[in-house]
Write a protein that binds this ligand. Sequence first.
Ligand SMILES: NC(=O)c1ccc[n+]([C@@H]2O[C@H](COP(=O)([O-])OP(=O)(O)OC[C@H]3O[C@@H](n4cnc5c(N)ncnc54)[C@H](OP(=O)(O)O)[C@@H]3O)[C@@H](O)[C@H]2O)c1
Length: 279
Amino acid sequence: MKLDNREVLPIGLGTWHMGDQLAKRNQEIAALRTGIEQGAQVIDTAEMYGKGNAERLVGEAIQPYQREELYLISKVYPWNASTKQLPISLENSLKRLQTDYLDMYLLHWTGNIPLKETVAAMEQARKAGLIRSWGVSNFDVSDMEELLDLPDGRYCQSNQVLYNLGERGIEFDLLPYMREKHIPLIAYSPIAQGDSLGDGLTQQKLLQEIATAHQASVFQILLAWCIRDGHTLAIPQSSDQEHTISNIKAAEIQLTKEEITLIDKIYPTPTHKQRLAVL
Ligand SMILES: NC(=O)c1ccc[n+]([C@@H]2O[C@H](COP(=O)([O-])OP(=O)(O)OC[C@H]3O[C@@H](n4cnc5c(N)ncnc54)[C@H](OP(=O)(O)O)[C@@H]3O)[C@@H](O)[C@H]2O)c1
């Protein structure tokens, strides 16, 4: 899939809840490095995660690699997304990540600072070479419309939202809108937080059968389903090397049309507007 005209593996590495426990640090760094060595380029983090701890962890994990081979995404809190504060947040994120640019900087969710001001701050950072591109997160259709009505809104390169087999609400209106505007989707919580969001996906017989047919796990099928249109990046988070390897390998799984139709019968695409699901 392409993010800001750059081809990247459609599975990246999430980092929420990472970097907080000293006892898990080595394991988490090993998981991220394994992900990179398996071919992932995108690492998704945020100033929010562990109050900077996740960015610090990523900064350490990426040390052995060429910076250009990676695609680093971080996010700014809505209340920091002003022309005055965004450059400060960005500078702090860059320091923690031990890098001098981000590949993409996202507004984490909508807030009270006028979008126009946030876009101006993002554009300033982009022109200064501190970020290669910017986008948004947790934006519903009306938010996207407001953004794209702004003269520089057209530079938005992504919307990162909750999307997994148990949460297909965006397929009704947000996803078609983003497709029409050529804005790629970054799917967060693509495996429903290890199937702990209450949908019982891993217990579903059909998903188990499809997994067996592909000699894969149900989690891999969930990821393959998520990225099936070729324009979606999924960012599963794992602190486990084996899980990370299997998550990255899911990029190779092609679900058949028949399998997708069978899945649709059990987890139908929405037929009416649903409020944007967020975590
Ligand atoms: N923009 C936003 O507002 C927003 C919100 C939420 C998340 N995000 C981003 O999206 C990323 C992913 O979402 P998420 O962390 O909420 O949930 P997720 O990736 O759907 O699930 C993570 C959980 O799944 C487990 N897991 C991962 N791979 C597995 C596998 N192959 N087999 C079994 N268990 C597996 C992990 O445990 P193990 O460590 O044991 O593998 C972890 O507990 C976040 O880390 C963050 O970067 C963004």
